[in-house]
Each structure stands twice: as structure tokens, then as C-alpha cells.
Write a protein that binds this ligand. Structure first.
Ligand code: APR
Ligand code: PHB
Length: 387
């Protein structure tokens, strides 16, 4: 087999890149380790920046998002029971689209099917070869061993994939910060407690009220890293969530049985560079953000945007785009890293934090409540910096 771009990973990054490259006339093959059902069974965040919304429309995968997604003009910040709003439209003239990542991935799979794109599932032991020469990929499945020769490899295989490790350790620099807490999240078939998201800082810990649609709510509470999901009954979750939200919000909360419940750790991670020979890293393969700023999927989108531009230019005879890919992508990645780290630091209770550090958190929130300039800076980052 031969193709122009071999894509490792059939998550949002790999599928979006495949869809956009094929629409540009560039042939791809996607190699995904898991089944499609498994990939579509993952519950992930659901706040889309304008850049990603536009890319999905450009990819021909935005119709259901435009029908079923919800545009939000702002969000709420709460602190020990007091709440104020950040108006994105007023601050920076932009909005975000609330639409689950699972639905984005489903729409991308449907668009890939409609295009007749090649997505190979349950590809085992994927390996990358001769990345600085004539690259090829090998894998195994029920039919046996396979080899795919290609011009380029896009490593879209997430944090636990193999692509990042294909860059020699002597070339790679990894930056990491692990946060001393996790997020316990639940999904419930209940009407969201508020029309827009509520990020709540509280002495008991952080809490977030989000949603998927008017009948499906997504809620989170900060928990110690030692907690296990079986430690938390639905009743215990609802009681703790109510305790961290403003009284009027807690009073109108509609609770119900969780249809999904899990604990996720929080980390900030970046690997540099994002290119090695004919290999380009994209999405979670290259970086991880704490979910606080809802940047994970949106950073994958800007990586795809830069890589698409570079590859299209290359096949038209201009190699500058792929040469600049890593630098361009990392410039935006580090800005999103800063924002996600800043919001996480401001809103969570850190074990062992000094009284002074607690006062700094209070002061950061007080500054946001008082200053339109501070809210503008938050709104610009939350709705997505330009590509
Ligand atoms: N071979 C083939 N596929 C692999 C391999 C491998 N060795 N390792 C991982 N994969 C697949 C995974 O099964 C997964 O479907 O690569 C895909 C990577 O998808 P994601 O982890 O979702 O990463 P990405 O596509 O970059 O999307 C980033 O997903 O994890 C969230 O918060 C993150 O919202 C962000 C988004
Ligand atoms: C979600 O809806 O899952 C979500 C929303 C915003 C975040 C994180 C998660 O910052």
C-alpha cells in the first residue's frame, strides 16, 4: 500500500486532518488501534472555539453541530457562593459553541465514510520506520502483517501513543506539570442548572456546571488524587456539588442518576519539537492541558490547521509551511498552556497552599469581577486566540 500522508490515530485530530487533507486532494490512510465504537464511547469536553467550528464546517462535518450545538455568549465565575458573569460578546465580540467532542468525532467519522476515506480500525502494533528517509508504517490485524509507504506521517495518536516516542529522546524536550488533584465528572439526563457554564471556586474545592444539550448535564468536582470513582455515590456527588455552588444555583439543581461517572487527573504537558523528519505530531500526542480552560480539542484543531496549510503548500512546491509547522503550532500551544494553567491555579484549592496563596486566588477573582480589562483578557483566551 502507498499513500501521501499516513495518519496514526482515529480521534478528533486524526479524523479532522484526514478529512481536510482529502478535501484538498491529498490522499491519507488513518490507522486506529481501537474499534470505532470504542473511540465513540469516550466522554470528553464540549466547548468549541470559533476556529474549530469553522474547520468542521470547512471539512463538511459541521451541519449537525450547527443544528444541535448551542452558541454561548459568556460564562459565570463563582467564589464561595458569589457569582458574576464574563460576557464574551461584550469583551471580545466572540462566542463558543457547546457541542460534545463525542458528537464531533461521530460527525467526522460520518464525513470520512461519505468521502470514502480509508480508516483502518483495530490496527495493532503500529510502528513507524525510516522517518528521516523514505517513511513507512507497519501494523498487524486479523488479516496479518501490513506495510504502508507514505510521504509523511501525522502522529495523531494521543498522549499514550507511539508517535512522540519515535522522536529520539536526545532531540525531544518534555515540559510537564502534574496537578495535586483530579476531576470527578458525571453525565446525567437532567436539565442543566444554568444556561451557561459555571466555574466555581470554593473552600471545599472547585466545581464546574456544564452541559451537552438542554436534557443532558455534565458536572465536575475537584477531588483528591487518592479518590476512586467507587468512593463516590451519586448522592454524595450531588451533595458536594451543591455545597460548592452558590445557594440559588444549588436550590434549583435538578439531580438524577449518573449515566457516566469517572475521575480524570490534571496535567500540563508539551513536547518540543513537534516534527522529526517526515513525522509531525498533532493534538494530544504533543500536548496535554488541564480541562479547566477547555483547550484540549481546540489545540488539536489549531495543530491540524497549521499542518494542513503546510502539507497543501508542500504538494504545491513550497516546503516553508511544513518547515515552520512546529514553531507556529508551539507558539499558540504555549499561550493556551498559560491560560489553562492560570485558570486552574486560580480556581482550585491546592493541598498545603499558604494563606498568602489563598489570598492571591481571591484577589485574581476580585480583579476579574472588578475589571473589564481583566475579563477581556480571559474572554479572548477562553473563546480562542486567532490562528
Ligand atoms: N496506534 C494506533 N492508534 C493509536 C495508538 C497506536 N499505537 N495509540 C493511540 N491510538 C489512538 C487512540 O485509540 C485514539 O483513538 O489515537 C487516538 C488519539 O485520540 P485522542 O487521544 O482523542 O487525541 P486527539 O485526537 O489528539 O484529540 C485530542 O481528545 O483526549 C482528548 O482532551 C483531549 O479533547 C482533546 C482531544
Ligand atoms: C465539559 O463540558 O465537559 C467541559 C466544559 C468546560 C470545561 C471542561 C469540561 O472547561
Amino acid at each position: 500500500m502507498r499513500t501521501q500522508v499516513a495518519i496514526i490515530g482515529g480521534g478528533p485530530s486524526g479524523l479532522l486532518l484526514s478529512q481536510l487533507l482529502n478535501r484538498a486532494g491529498i490522499a491519507t490512510v488513518v490507522l486506529e488501534r481501537k474499534s470505532r465504537d470504542y473511540v465513540l464511547g469516550r466522554i470528553r469536553a464540549g466547548v468549541l472555539e470559533t476556529g474549530l467550528v469553522n474547520l468542521l464546517r470547512e471539512a463538511g462535518a459541521g451541519a449537525r453541530m450547527d443544528r444541535e450545538g448551542h452558541l454561548h455568549d459568556g460564562c459565570h465565575l463563582a467564589q464561595n457562593g458569589r457569582m458574576f458573569r464574563v460576557d464574551f460578546r461584550e469583551a471580545c465580540g466572540k462566542q463558543v459553541m457547546v457541542y460534545g467532542q463525542t458528537e464531533v468525532t461521530r460527525d467526522l467519522y460520518d464525513a470520512q465514510d461519505a468521502m470514502g476515506a480509508t480508516v483502518i480500525h483495530e490496527a495493532e502494533d503500529v510502528a513507524l520506520h525510516d522517518l528521516t528517509g523514505s517513511p513507512y508504517v507497519t501494523w498487524r490485524d486479523a488479516a496479518g502483517e501490513h506495510r504502508l509507504d507514505c510521504d509523511f506521517v501525522a502522529g495523531c495518536d494521543g498522549f499514550h501513543g507511539i508517535s512522540r516516542q519515535a522522536i529520539p529522546a536526545s532531540v525531544r524536550t518534555e515540559f510537564e506539570k502534574v496537578y495535586p488533584f483530579g476531576w470527578l465528572g458525571i453525565l446525567s439526563r437532567t436539565p442543566p442548572v444554568e444556561d451557561e457554564l459555571i466555574y466555581a471556586a470554593h473552600d471545599r474545592g472547585f466545581a464546574l456546571a456544564s452541559m451537552r444539550n438542554p436534557a443532558l448535564s455534565r458536572y465536575y468536582i475537584q477531588v483528591p488524587l487518592t479518590d476512586r470513582v467507587e468512593d463516590w455515590s451519586d448522592e454524595a456527588f450531588w451533595a458536594e456539588f451543591r455545597a460548592r455552588m452558590p445557594e440559588d444555583v444549588a436550590a434549583r439543581l435538578v439531580t438524577g442518576p449518573s449515566i457516566e461517572k469517572s475521575i480524570a487527573p490534571l496535567r500540563s504537558f508539551v513536547t518540543e519539537p513537534m516534527r522529526w523528519g517526515k513525522l509531525f505530531l498533532c493534538g494530544d500526542a504533543a500536548h496535554i492541558v488541564p480541562p479547566t480552560g477547555a483547550k484540549g480539542l481546540n489545540l488539536a484543531a489549531s495543530d491540524v490547521h497549521y499542518l494542513l496549510e503546510g502539507l497543501v503548500a508542500h504538494y504545491r512546491g513550497d516546503g516553508r509551511g511544513i518547515d515552520a509547522y512546529s514553531q507556529r503550532a508551539l507558539a499558540r500551544i504555549w499561550q493556551a498552556m498559560r491560560f489553562s494553567w492560570s485558570l486552574t491555579t486560580m480556581m482550585h484549592r491546592f493541598p498545603g497552599a499558604s494563606d498568602y496563596e489563598r489570598r492571591m486566588q481571591d484577589s485574581e477573582l476580585a480583579l476579574l469581577e472588578r475589571s473589564a480589562t481583566a475579563r477581556q483578557l480571559l474572554a479572548e483566551n477562553y473563546t480562542g486566540l486567532p490562528y
